[in-house]
Write a protein that binds this ligand. Sequence first.
Ligand code: UGA
Length: 447
Amino acid sequence: MDVNSPAAPAKPRISVIGTGYLGTTHAVCMAELGYDVIGLDVDAAKLDLLRAGTVPFFEPGLPELLTKVQGGGRLRFTDSYAEIAQFADVHFVCVGTPQRKGELAADLQYVEAAFSSLAPHLDRKVLVVGKSTVPAGTAVRMEQLLASQAPCKDVELAWNPEFLREGFAVQDTLHPDRLVLGVRTEWAEQQLRAVFAPMIESGTPVVLTDFATAELVKVAANSFLATKISFINAMAEVCEATGADVTKLAEAIGHDARIGRRFLNAGLGFGGGCLPKDIRAFIARAQELGVDQAVSFLHEVDAINLRRRARVVDLGQELLDGSWTDRRVAVLGAAFKPDSDDIRDSPALDVAAAIGRRGANVLVYDPQALDNARQLYPDLQYAASAEDAVRDADLVMLLTEWREFRDMSPERIGTLVRRRNIVDGRNVLDPAQWRAAGWVYRALGRQ
Ligand code: UGA
């Protein structure tokens, strides 16, 4: 270790830049683990909410934890880079990297803005840690940016990808499967080990890597998950052609521990702010690196996934005897997955908008995502409850598998609709039970 470098404090003071799904959860959880944390955002409205103890999005368990750590005085929020630079020993960059408009590549403007806003204030040796999902090669560029713009020439960078799932963000952050520490020096490693001491002490595996590997681990993991989902959805297409049942197929192959049952739920496919844009950004980066052939299968993964949305529309159309015009359709689900209010690249809303364009009278209900859906899809109609959505419907489409939809009684819902037609876009209902109650039941990859 560099003898001139300060040793890692037992509990480094932490800043978290970007208070979205990732940053807010990280900030709150680090405070819960006993660290002093300051969160920074450039969005004043978001800061007002957080300061008032309100999480600006739906994430189970997070509001309670925010209230708790704010009460303990270990977490506060600011919009001042000067303030966080003065305060923190370790800065986590947690800003978003959305897909660039009209391109496959990731938009790095928020990452670049975070680094260039922070750097001029760094006048003592600290560690800056990238957590955002970025194309390989970004860390090296950010390291150069810090070297050229930070007054202190000893500032170091690390890359520490995050694997939390929305809906399980608190659990995943406090008890991660693994910690990936992309570092250049032992000093940086020691800082990160001090930051993650409670997790490491409780046995979380640590994988030490270089920058490029740390960046790639994240996109490789999400690409693998996306591939697994598209694999089972491809099997669903074959099942439909052969009369087989993809849910039984998944159960059977999933018993093989080498394959595993998780992420083999066939249906409407993946959406959200991560999987779709991460595989596309990976394709774009691989092209730049001259290794596009290595990930050309990801084009197919994306195509299979998008075909599922078209297939659900077709299934609905078949149940409506070929025409959507003026048919009442209840769409159950707007979030990209249950236990989230996130509608980024939501398969459910994509389908709802598509059938709306075909002339259907669509009524959408979601337990948490309606406010977000209204903003992005102002032309769709929204219901206040599942029962309101299905009233007088010619077709019910279950597109996000919230618990309350899985538990619906076919008899009860059957008394509200005009026609007992249902498309189970997530393969979560019992076909026998629904058919016994007089429903025409259709799903993806099963009869
Ligand atoms: C995903 C990864 O699972 C996280 O590990 C990662 O940290 C995160 O992206 C990220 O990059 O930030 P998330 O987007 O929260 O997490 O959601 P997932 O649980 O992965 O689900 C993604 C989509 O796949 C959802 O639309 C879900 O409905 C769909 N899915 C999932 C299926 O269609 N079938 C399955 O079997 C599983």
